[in-house]
Design a protein around this ligand. Structure first.
Ligand code: NAG
Ligand code: NAG
Length: 263
């Protein structure tokens, strides 16, 4: 439709062509932005006709970016029905098909990989770009591909903050401090913000409160009850709000003193 508009107006005024094509670019980008939900397509390629296609399952693949722009990893488990001979993992920019690049495969059990999961690493991705990932499971009698489309912005999820420490300031205030996740490599260019969760039990009921977001890596928390135990956790999120907050950090408990010791 954009192309038609351009050709209709191009003879009338060059300026208008520019305006229309700019709108087309913006329109195309807006459309791309809507196409972020992962889609799964399972198909059996070259299946012998006597083999039901579900005998060749495609893996179910999840992708996460734990450091913008160069740490995106996709992972999947072997399909339960049958173990493939091997996998072929490739990715491409939706606009630049059919130029595909290999997604670097890391087999289960390799150092730093979760048990039983295959991983593949997509070295450097661009923002505002739609990618197509193709993970093909190759079986003796055929193959089956999982296709998903994503933008890096939507799959950003840092690792949790590290070294969370809680110390008493006075009988009702604590100071919470933490370090950014060390895996988030470019914190100067892509800063993080943090959210704080603290929980306590009151008359047998679990209560909680959220604080933040903070750009700094420490905060006082006041208005706490003397003698009560509180559990603190922190999560990290890209400061522009891209993607998701990390998992909560490992809980740290502190019990506020019952008595204040004044001098
Ligand atoms: C996915 O990859 C497989 C193996 O390289 C290939 O045969 C298949 O055509 C690809 N599918 C698409 C839709 O690109
Ligand atoms: C930490 O505090 C929370 C909330 O009061 C409590 O549920 C949890 O059992 C505590 N954990 C430990 C190890 O004391």
């Amino acid at each position: 439709m954009c192309a038609v508009l351009v050709s209709v107006y191009s003879s009338a005024a060059v300026m208008l062509v520019h305006v229309v094509s700019l709108l087309c670019v913006l329109g195309a980008q807006a459309m791309e932005l809507h196409r972020v939900t992962p889609t799964t397509s399972i198909k059996c390629v070259n299946c012998p006709s006597n083999v039901p296609s579900d005998a060749h399952s495609a893996p179910i693949v999840h992708c996460l970016c734990s450091s913008v722009p160069d740490r995106t990893v996709c992972s999947w488990a072997d399909p339960p029905q049958a173990t493939p001979l091997h996998y072929i993992a490739t990715y491409s920019e939706r606009q630049k098909q059919p130029v595909t690049r290999p997604c670097v495969l890391i087999p289960p059990g390799a150092p730093h990989s979760q048990l039983n999961l295959w991983h593949c690493h997509l070295p450097e991705l661009k923002l505002l770009t739609n990618y197509i990932l193709n993970v093909t499971a190759v079986y003796p009698g055929g193959s089956s591909s999982h296709l998903s489309t994503f933008m890096m912005e939507d799959i950003v999820k840092p690792d949790p903050p590290q070294a969370v420490q809680v110390s008493c300031q006075n009988s009702r205030t604590v100071q919470v401090k933490w370090d950014p996740p060390s895996t988030w490599a470019h914190i100067d260019i892509f800063p993080l913000k943090y959210e704080l969760l603290y929980q306590w039990t009151s008359r047998g009921q679990l209560k909680f409160n959220h604080l933040g977001p903070f750009k700094r890596t420490s905060t006082p928390v006041s208005g706490l009850a003397v003698g009560r135990t509180y559990q603190f956790q922190v999560c990290a999120k890209d400061s522009l709000g891209l993607g998701h907050c990390s998992e909560w950090s490992a809980p740290v408990n502190i019990t506020l003193p019952l008595h204040t010791h004044r001098v």
